[in-house]
Design a protein around this ligand. Structure first.
Ligand code: HEM
Length: 426
């Protein structure tokens, strides 16, 4: 942020032996990298054991083949049943929230969002709830996620890296076995389910070849991980912002009462939650889960009159762009009206890019919104979440943007606004 304030659209950092890093702060420059010259700007190698060669980590021709094969799993026609599956994924959260509300004790909303989104995402990928699998599998999943986030700080500061690494490798093996088992079971009765795994098994490349078991594993794991990590971050910020802005919360609840009454959302009613969806978009602006993205320049290039050296890193930051007053007046202010239909499109396309852009645009962008709206409805139709007074909330820039100390809140039952009682009675 300081770099942009001081130097403007292009900021060059000297990284010593690491070469140079260029931060691009103009929407046209982001467009150049992601959308018009993606062949010159490649993703840095990433992923590794857990994600394997799935869509997030793969590159080049193999990525292209996989993107084509994965697209049907996200096809519009498939998104409708996803709403139902997402609603199913919120059931265990509602049981937990009821207990929290009765006890009146504070709980960590970030942790709750992690559990519920794991359930929701695994329902859409496999038609089952990973949090209900055996404790061994659950613990393994918990460990690899924490290991990936370097949350287990003891292993990142003490000279014990092998201990953590070994447990990580073992945990990945446990998860692999669980996923291979699900895949094998499915192969025995193809067509029995209508979920994303079914679409992946049915997919064929241009030569008529299906994905191998290993590739199905990599893609399923990628969806499980990439499919919940960022949405957890987004939803945690949504609860924080709704607590800070009771007038917005009231408006969302009224919209839900009018559109849904006390029923869960369906594929027909969900798209009518216009204001709720604006709240989600505005939360992604202020607290973008993917707050930064890097690319390596293959060849030397020119951007905005500056030379981008070959093999150097360019950095695009959603956080910095989304708070640029040139595109977002009063950028620190939470205002869902920015995304009202009549104001949409008043900024350059890449002044807002929470889901990236170009050919590597997040494949789950529509699904993420479905998941977010379903979880918001499940909670807001029944509860008001209130921040523990005096609890400090500060963003921490990790793999995703999270509150540094989690988010401690209490749950209070609410009755439906009168509009919904009328709608429900009608
Ligand atoms: C609010 C939620 C989400 C945010 C903010 C988000 C953000 C992003 C961003 C910024 C990228 C591009 C990364 C890059 O180009 O370097 C990306 C890629 C990806 N996302 Fe998401 N994502 C979200 C939800 C999801 C969901 C729900 C899924 C799947 C169920 C998903 C699966 C993926 C995959 C597979 C990729 C790689 C796509 C490719 O390279 O072809 N994401 N996401």
């Amino acid at each position: 942020m300081r770099g942009r304030e001081r130097y403007g659209d292009i900021v060059r950092y000297d990284m010593g032996p690491g070469g140079t890093m260029t931060l691009l702060n103009h929407p046209d420059h982001v467009k150049h990298v992601l959308a018009t010259h993606p062949q010159n700007y490649v993703k840095p190698p990433q992923g590794g054991g857990l994600l394997g060669n799935g869509l997030f980590s793969s590159r080049g021709e193999f990525w292209k083949r996989q993107r084509r094969m994965m697209q049907p799993a996200f096809h519009r026609d498939r998104l409708a049943p996803m709403v139902e599956r997402a609603v199913a994924g919120t059931r265990s959260m509602l049981t937990r929230l009821e207990a929290q509300a009765r006890a009146g004790k504070p709980f960590d909303v970030e942790q709750e969002m992690t559990w519920v989104l794991r359930s929701v995402v695994s329902q859409s990928v496999f038609s089952l709830d990973v949090t209900e699998l055996s404790p061994t599998v659950r613990d393994a999943f918990e460990f690899v996620m924490a290991f990936g986030r370097r949350k287990i700080s003891i292993w990142s500061v003490l000279p014990l890296p092998r201990l953590g690494k070994r447990r990580n490798t073992q945990s990945i093996r446990i998860l692999d076995e669980a996923v291979y088992e699900i895949v094998r079971e499915r192969m025995r009765e193809p067509g029995a389910f209508q979920d994303q795994l079914a679409a992946m098994i049915a997919a064929r490349d241009s030569q008529g070849e299906p994905m191998t078991d290993k590739q199905l594993r990599d893609e399923a794991m990628t969806l499980l991980v990439a499919g919940h990590e960022a949405t957890v971050s987004a939803m945690t910020w949504v609860w924080y912002l709704l607590d800070r802005h009771p007038e917005v919360q009231q408006k969302v609840r009224e919209e839900m009462a009018t559109v849904l009454g006390d029923a869960p959302p369906t594929a027909q009613t969900l798209p009518q939650l216009q204001y709720t969806s604006q709240v989600f978009e505005e939360a992604l602006r202020l607290y973008p889960p993917a707050w930064v993205m890097g690319r390596i320049a293959k060849e030397e290039d020119q951007i905005g009159g500056y030379t981008i050296p070959a093999k150097s890193t360019v950095v695009l930051s959603q956080y910095v762009m989304h708070r640029n007053p040139a595109y977002w007046p009063e950028p620190e202010r939470f205002d869902p009206e920015r995304f009202a239909p009549e104001r949409k499109g008043s900024q350059p396309r890449y002044a807002y890019f929470p889901f990236g852009g170009g050919q590597r645009l997040c494949i789950g962008d529509s699904l993420a919104e479905i998941h977010a709206l379903v979880v918001m409805a499940a909670v807001l139709q029944r509860y008001r979440l209130e921040l523990v007074p005096g609890f400090r909330v500060e963003p921490e820039a990790g793999v995703t943007l999270r509150p540094a100390q989690g988010l401690r809140m209490t749950a209070h039952p609410v009755s439906l606004p009168a509009t919904s009682r009328r709608a429900a009675g009608a």
